[in-house]
Structures are given as C-alpha cells and as structure tokens.
Design a protein around this ligand. Structure first.
Ligand code: ZN
Length: 344
C-alpha cells in the first residue's frame, strides 16, 4: 500500500437520491434498463471523486451498483430464484426479503467483473472490491435445495473464488470478503466458516481481507449491541482462527465499540483494518477523535499493520455525513502519521 496508516472505507457509501431511495440498506432503484446502468456508473464516478476529495488512499466503488451487499451477488448466480423471495430472519436479528436457492448453484457469468473494470478505469489509486463471505451468504437466503448450511457455504466459496480471480484480472488490488456472520455463529467459524472463507480466497495473489463487524447503524443492530454487555468478546473466538488463516487483513470495529482492544493482539501478524469511524451515528468525529482511536489501536498493533477504516458500510447515512466522516478519517490518520514520522 502507498503509505503508513493508509486509509479506506469498509465499502459502501450512501446512494444519490436520484439513484435510489436514500437511507436504505436495500436500494430501491429509481431508474431501469440502460438508464439505470448509466445512473449507477455516474454514481460510481461520484463515489470515487468523494473518496478522493476526502483524501482516502484505497478506493472502492461505494457499492453503488448493488442493491444489497449480499443478495445482489446471490442473485447473479444460477440456481437462484430472485423473483419469488422469502422473508427470513438473518443474523438471528432481523427480517429481510431474500432470494431462494432452488437448484444447484453455479456462476455462468461475472457478477461484478464489469463494474470492477469500470472502477479500475477511473483511478490509478489502489482499489478494493467487496464480496460477501460464504457464511454470510448462506445466512442471507432461503435454501429450498441443499438443506445444509455448511454444504451451501462451500458451494458459494467455489463461485466466490471464480469471481475473485476475475476481479484480480480486472485490476483490483484488494479483495475483501464481508463476513458479519462470523460475529454471530461463533462455533461455526472454527467448524467450517474459516475453511469456506479460505476456499473463496484460494490462489489469489492480491491482498485479501475479511470484514467482521457489529453491523450497520440500524435499529435491530443497535438493540443487539445493547444486549452484549460492557465487553464485546465475540472477536475472542474468531481472532485466533483468523490469525492462523491465509487471509491478509482483518477489518474490525473499534470506534465507540465495547471491544477490548487487547484482543487485537490475538491477530498475530495480520494487517488490521481498524474501524475508527462509527457508522451508527450521524455525529461526525473530529480528526483528533479519530487520531485518538488510532493511537489506542497502536498500543496493541504495530503501525505498519494498521489501516484506519470505518466500522462498517456507510450506506444508511446521509451523503453529507458520510463525506464529513471520510474527511475526518483521512485527516485523523494524517495527524498520527505526522506524529510517527516526527519520532522516526
Ligand atoms: Zn460491516
């Protein structure tokens, strides 16, 4: 990566109001057909420009082309019925309208490959692409065919690996798998979740990351966090497994969380995408607050392995708030970078 304390966002940004009803984690497209394709690409251009204006180092497409971070990928696969959706409880927390798996799952075409090529054409900066993780995918659908979550996750791992390899060829520098389910099904992470994740990332030469968070700032997640007590120790179960894994970077939540930061030491030599921006509040951090959170992380992880990031996606926020938070992220990292360079 480019410099010490390189910054990036977890992935998503709010969508412009002319593209989708705002503030929703499931986009309600306001255009269709060719007009929608053009609108989504215009939104990607803006997302890139906004990250660059903030001064971020690694750029994403803000997930402007997808309706949802998990279901859009699933809907791009064969063996899936997207029209006759089901209402299920996901992450043991909230109801969602999800696609059904109705037959053998396979991938006959790239899902995000063309989008990634477009993102690549917009910037020479390093770019990151997010894919859902296999465990989170198998928790975000109705399975009318396999009847076994582990088996389904391994099938998803295969198709994710095909997609990831094509994203790599498209010029993506970093591929991140989003696995919020790792914070919920703790026993399954060691049981089969990590195996599925490693299969998804197998054979990639780009940097790989896994994002494990406490979710967007939506009501069900905020209530869940309140129920977790004074110390959130979910990472304690997964970090040792991740430390032994082939994944390069671990994206986690720090800002305003009750995660005991000494848990970070369990990650061994992994890079840490440290969430120093709270996405569950409209209150914008000051650069000094961001710097303070980064300094707290640096007590447990060496600076060369710290990448300041957001706690999670910012899709539910307003665009001005997301923009201000990205600027605070870049400015806060610059403060700490300056302090380190002074010492050196
Ligand atoms: Zn997240």
């Amino acid at each position: 990566m480019t410099s010490l304390l390189s910054t990036t966002i977890a992935g998503s940004l709010p969508k412009p109001r002319w593209l989708s009803t705002s503030d929703q984690i499931w986009a309600d497209w306001l255009a269709e057909g060719e007009l929608l394709d053009e609108a989504r690409r215009d939104a990607v251009r803006l997302a890139v420009a906004d990250q660059q204006a903030a001064g971020l180092d690694v750029i994403t497409d803000g997930e402007q082309t997808r309706q949802h971070f998990v279901t859009t990928f699933i809907e791009g696969l064969d063996g899936v019925d997207s029209d006759n959706r089901a209402d299920v409880t996901i992450r043991q927390r909230y109801e969602a309208s999800v696609p059904r798996v109705v037959g053998p799952v396979s991938r006959s075409r790239g899902v995000y490959v063309e989008d990634a090529k477009f993102l690549r054409s917009l910037t020479d900066q390093p770019i990151k692409y997010q894919l859902p993780g296999p465990m989170t995918m198998s928790d975000t659908l109705a399975d009318d065919f396999y009847g076994d979550r582990e088996q389904l996750a391994m099938v998803f791992a295969e198709v994710l690996n095909e997609e990831a390899k094509e994203l790599e060829i498209a010029g993506v520098d970093l591929i991140q798998f989003d696995e919020p389910a790792f914070n919920v099904f703790l026993d399954d992470v060691a049981g089969w979740g990590i195996e599925a994740l490693e299969r998804a990332a197998e054979g990639l030469s780009v940097t790989t990351a896994v994002h494990i968070c406490y979710g967007y700032g939506i009501k069900a997640n905020i209530e869940w966090k309140r129920s977790l007590g004074d110390e959130w120790r979910q990472y304690e179960a997964t970090f040792p497994v991740l430390a032994e894994s082939s994944i390069d970077q671990i994206s986690i939540e720090v800002a305003n969380s009750n995660v005991p930061l000494e848990l970070l030491e369990m990650l061994g030599d992994k890079d840490v995408l440290a969430g120093v921006i709270d996405v569950a509040t409209d209150t914008v951090e000051t650069p000094e607050q961001v710097a303070e959170t980064i300094r707290a992380v640096l007590e447990h992880v060496v600076a060369e392995k710290v990448y300041p990031c957001t706690n999670c996606g910012m899709v539910p926020l307003s665009r001005p708030v997301a923009q201000a938070k990205m600027t605070a992220l870049a400015d806060g990292a610059a403060i700490v970078r300056g302090e380190i360079e002074e010492v050196v």
